[in-house]
Structures are given as structure tokens and as C-alpha cells.
Design a protein around this ligand. Structure first.
Ligand code: CU
Length: 223
């Protein structure tokens, strides 16, 4: 919508701000066995193409842990992977369509990756099998992480949306809504994590981790 503004004999066309709305709701999760599990909720615009501005994010390596362990980003974003630990790490992903391998890098170094395709990118360290992270690349700028109670809130322009609740431990669930210029409460979305089974991932060569081979290398680089 545009407004015509006239000052003296000069007229200019001014764009009015988009109508903002708030979508809120709760995700109920059955069978959640890990209190650290993460639920991401995102809204995809269905009635028009929403611009997806890319940004830069970071997943740190510290104390042999990726942090954050689950990171949602809009497609096209760059993620830095700084080594903030006291030891070397070897960060890689075999996830298609864009696998990568940063190789071994030292404390204080950082590698970066731009995620150009909406996908679930699972990221590991080839030295430490317990290190695991997920970059959830989304085709929308409207996303958030539900809180511990499952509650979430999304600030969006008025329009029609597909709302998805996602967890690494269950199939996603979706619903479609139309939101005007007032707040909308979505009926509860229900995830079921009861069938989730933890499976140890393989190393970047598609083989089991052999800690006896890698431990001396790891310890040799402790600073
Ligand atoms: Cu590591």
C-alpha cells in the first residue's frame, strides 16, 4: 500500500510499513527423553514469495561440544565454525546436497560455510564421535525455537502461511493458517519423539570411529 504525500507543490509516494502480525502457539512433544532436545517452528509464506535475507551465524567448538547444537538459519546464510577449544577438531558433514570437510584445524582458527539449499545438515567432528550439530537451513526468514514449555511466537506480515514444528527426533508436523493484522493463536501442534532411536553416526570415511587411533593425535595438540 502506498500513500501520496504533498508538501507545497512537490508530491512524493511513500510506502507504508507492512502490516505486522503475531502467530503464537504451543508444540506438545510426546516421548521426549532428552531435556536438551530442540523444537524449531517456522512459517513459510504461501500467498507470495517472501524475501529471505541471509545472515551470518556461528557454531563454536568448545570442550568437545558444538554450541549451539541445533542452529536454524535462513537459506543463503553463512555459518562460522570457530575452534574455541583447547584441542584440534576436524569438522565435516556428509549431508546432501552440500557435504563439506573442513579438515583438521587448530585452536583460534575458524572455517565458514554458506548454506544455499534448504536441508538438514548434520555436522560432526572426525576425531570426537560425541560431537554432533545440526544446521537446519530454512526457506523462510520466519522461524524461532520453542521454549521449554513448547511455546513459540513468530512475528510475520499478514498473509497465508504453512507452520511447521520440527524436531530432530520426530517427523515434522504442519498446519496452514491465514493471519490478518491481528494476533493469531495456532491450535497445538503435536510431535511424537517416542519412536526415536539414537544411532552412532559414522566418520567422514563412512566407517566406525576408532578412538585408539585418534586419541594420541588429539592429546598431542592440547595447549
Ligand atoms: Cu573434535
Amino acid at each position: 500500500m502506498k500513500t501520496l504525500l504533498c508538501l507545497s507543490s512537490i508530491c512524493v509516494v511513500m510506502a507504508q510499513p507492512l502490516t505486522a502480525s503475531v502467530i503464537s502457539g504451543t508444540v506438545a512433544t510426546a516421548g521426549r527423553a532428552d531435556e536438551g532436545a530442540v523444537t524449531v517452528v517456522y512459517a513459510e509464506r504461501l500467498d507470495e514469495i517472501a524475501p529471505v535475507p541471509s545472515q551470518t551465524y556461528s557454531i563454536s567448538q568448545r570442550n568437545k561440544v558444538f554450541s549451539p547444537r541445533v542452529l536454524a538459519v535462513p537459506v543463503g546464510s553463512t555459518v562460522d565454525f570457530p575452534n574455541d577449544d583447547r584441542i584440534f577438531h576436524n569438522v565435516f558433514s556428509l549431508s546432501r546436497p552440500a557435504p563439506f570437510d573442513f579438515g583438521l584445524y587448530r585452536v583460534g582458527e575458524s572455517k565458514s560455510r554458506t548454506f544455499d539449499t534448504p536441508a538438514i545438515h548434520r555436522v560432526f567432528c572426525n576425531i570426537h564421535p560425541q560431537m554432533s550439530a545440526i544446521v537446519l537451513t530454512l526457506p523462510t526468514p520466519y522461524f524461532t525455537q520453542a521454549d521449554a514449555s513448547g511455546a513459540y511466537q513468530l512475528d510475520v506480515p499478514a498473509g497465508r502461511y504453512r507452520i511447521t514444528a520440527w524436531s530432530e527426533r520426530s517427523a515434522p508436523v504442519t498446519t496452514e493458517v491465514t493471519v490478518a493484522d491481528t494476533a493469531l493463536t495456532v491450535s497445538a501442534l503435536r510431535l511424537d519423539e517416542s519412536q526415536f532411536v539414537q544411532v552412532q553416526h559414522l566418520n567422514k570415511f563412512g566407517r566406525q570411529y576408532v578412538s585408539m587411533v585418534y586419541e594420541p593425535l588429539r592429546d598431542a595438540h592440547v595447549q
